[in-house]
Design a protein around this ligand. Structure first.
Ligand SMILES: [Zn+2]
Length: 576
């Protein structure tokens, strides 16, 4: 006997077999029992969740020789023909395949004749939103005054595209995405009957990959049987779907919430190198952070979160390490990236940048904390800023330092801000540069178009005083030679300098293996004289110079500095 695919073999035959749509099947069963079946139904929902199956069961219920009955016999000719898709009285039209004009026109002519065998002529129109306007009009005529022996069952994934005139004549049912619990339970049943050796992690991974669609889940199981046989483990499933292991996802979310940027980047690099789908990763991260958000606002609720108990435990731990404001910011960043990623070639770079931003968003103070701090300032005239490291605190939050000294020395811009340019490597500034690296490259290439292709594979690796190091992987050694001409160097120094608020000197550095990651303290700073800055200063074009001066002026303003500190912010533009 030929192999029958699981989705077909396990297609539900009775209303009670339809997974996760009890709200629909119960109502239909009651309607049949009470003899109150409507003339037209519309089943709405994403693909593979049971719309067509439910339509067929409804058709059987109506035309079964023992019917109408909520439990069709599955034995009579009518039942069998309907399941096989060749019943005379049940016509299935695919709105997507031929736009249905001819078929709907035929339907109008045939609709008058009584059914060949059963009590009803039933028209099942799948993807009804794909019908042309002409087909809709033809259909509407019949829908307005349907003969008593005619029933319509429409299915659609996009109800907003179905004309209101049709919608208003249908009883509408919205089928749900099937929950992970329901999906895994169903898969377990199938696996048992098919004698598969498959563990819980693998089942969960299939459920994740299928995104609430039973048909996709069953197809995945078919694929897995074909690829790896009857013993199926999580890693098999992950590779079929291009999914990231649950544990890795947990870890990645943890690093973002803790603002551990080097680790975040390392994980993304590993995932990219092992060929994981970055777009899919964003979708999964979004769902993860959204779950944390729901947990923070609503707790576990009654099955609000579609998660296993183990996953719930991990989620809880993550939720306790953060607050809703921060998670909201992360969700916003990821939502924006999800849209951009679809059309992007360098998905990894965009995702890295986004997660770095997300990591920063996770470590900034919340609005509530800001309000609290402002109240403290009003009361005491001082500020405690949890966003700053202990090392930086004494310098930057002491109002007497930023107040008088800075303002009294307005002309020596680069030396005044030297208080910010401490001798210690600045992780914070480095993170700012890394986080905005893509944008910075854009700015640099306005003045030095050729620099772009060389910089794209580079990354800032250290900020120390007036020196900024940009690292290159060994394979891009030639980029350094190409970059190191005055025009490029000036453009890079100018743009980075304007971000950091002081003149800087850039060093290009060839990284060794294992030295790739920013924030790596192993990287030794190169000591450079400051004289070079002044030499290049002469090349600065007038506008940029003005902007830099304006920025530096505001950076010396104590209230601006406080605001920047509280928000972990930066001046990006000064409009005067
Ligand atoms: Zn029957």
């Amino acid at each position: 006997m030929a192999y029958e695919v699981l989705a077909r073999k396990w297609r539900p035959r009775q209303f009670d077999d339809v997974v996760g749509q009890e709200h629909v099947t119960r109502t239909l069963k009651n309607a049949i029992k009470a003899d109150r079946v409507a003339h037209a139904y519309l089943f709405v929902g994403s693909r593979g969740i049971g719309k067509t199956s439910t339509a067929r069961i409804l058709a059987k219920s109506l035309n079964c020789e023992k019917g109408p009955t909520p439990e069709p016999c599955d034995n009579c000719d009518a039942c069998r023909e309907i399941m096989a898709g060749n019943a005379m009285d049940v016509l299935e039209i695919d709105g997507a395949s031929n736009n249905g004009v001819d078929e709907v026109r035929g339907l109008r002519e045939n609709v008058r004749y009584t059914p060949a065998r059963g009590p009803y002529k039933i028209y099942v129109i799948d993807e009804v939103h794909m019908l042309t306007v002409a087909a809709f009009n033809a259909l509407l005529k019949t829908l307005e005054e349907p003969p008593p022996h005619v029933k319509f069952i429409f299915a659609t994934t996009e109800p907003q595209k179905v004309p209101a005139t049709i919608l208003s004549r249908c009883q509408r049912f919205d089928l749900r995405r099937i929950s992970v619990r329901d999906l895994t339970a169903r898969l377990e049943l199938i696996a048992g009957a098919e004698k598969l050796d498959i563990d819980t992690d693998a089942l969960l991974a299939i459920a994740r990959g299928a995104e609430g669609g039973l048909r996709d889940a069953e197809s995945a199981l078919d694929q897995l049987i074909a690829f790896v046989g009857r013993k199926i483990r999580e890693e098999n499933v992950l590779s079929v779907f291009g999914l990231v292991a649950r544990k890795t996802l947990d870890e990645l979310v943890g690093t973002v919430l803790k603002g551990e940027i080097p680790r975040t980047i390392r994980i993304i690099a590993e995932l990219d190198e092992s060929g994981k789908d970055m777009q899919r990763l964003v979708v999964e991260l979004l769902e993860y952070f959204r779950n944390i958000l729901i947990y923070l606002y609503a707790g576990e609720g009654d099955g609000i979160l579609d998660l296993s108990d183990e996953q719930l435990g991990i989620l809880e731990a993550h939720a306790q390490s953060t607050d809703p404001e921060r998670v909201l910011r992360i969700v916003n960043i990821l939502t924006e990236v999800d849209g951009r990623l679809r059309y992007a070639l360098s998905k990894r770079t965009i995702l890295e940048t986004a997660l770095i931003r997300a990591g920063r968003a996770a470590s900034v103070v919340s609005i509530d904390q800001v309000i609290e701090q402002i109240n403290d300032i009003k009361k005491n005239g001082s500020m405690i800023d949890p966003g700053l490291s202990a090392k930086e605190k004494p310098q930057s939050s002491d109002p007497s330092v930023s107040g008088k000294d800075d303002v009294s020395a307005p002309t020596q811009s680069s030396t005044v801000t030297a208080s910010r340019a401490s001798d210690e490597p600045s992780e914070k500034e480095l993170n700012i540069l890394i986080g905005s690296w893509t944008e910075l490259i854009d700015q640099i290439s306005h003045a030095a178009p050729l620099a772009r292709s060389c910089l794209i594979d580079s990354r800032p690796v250290m900020v120390q005083g007036h020196t900024v190091e940009i690292g290159f992987d060994p394979e891009f050694e030639s980029h350094i030679e190409n970059l190191d001409v005055p025009r490029n160097r000036n453009a890079i120094q100018r743009v980075i300098g304007s971000v950091l608020g002081r003149n800087i000197h850039v060093d290009f550095k060839l990284l060794e293996a294992g030295e790739k990651l920013p924030g790596d303290t192993e990287i030794k700073p190169a000591v450079k004289g400051e004289g070079e800055n002044m030499k290049h200063g002469a090349d600065l074009d007038e506008n940029v110079q003005k902007a830099t001066h304006a920025r530096e002026k505001w950076l010396r303003d104590p209230s601006v500095r406080k605001t920047l500190e509280v928000f972990n912010g930066d001046i990006v533009d000064v409009r005067e």
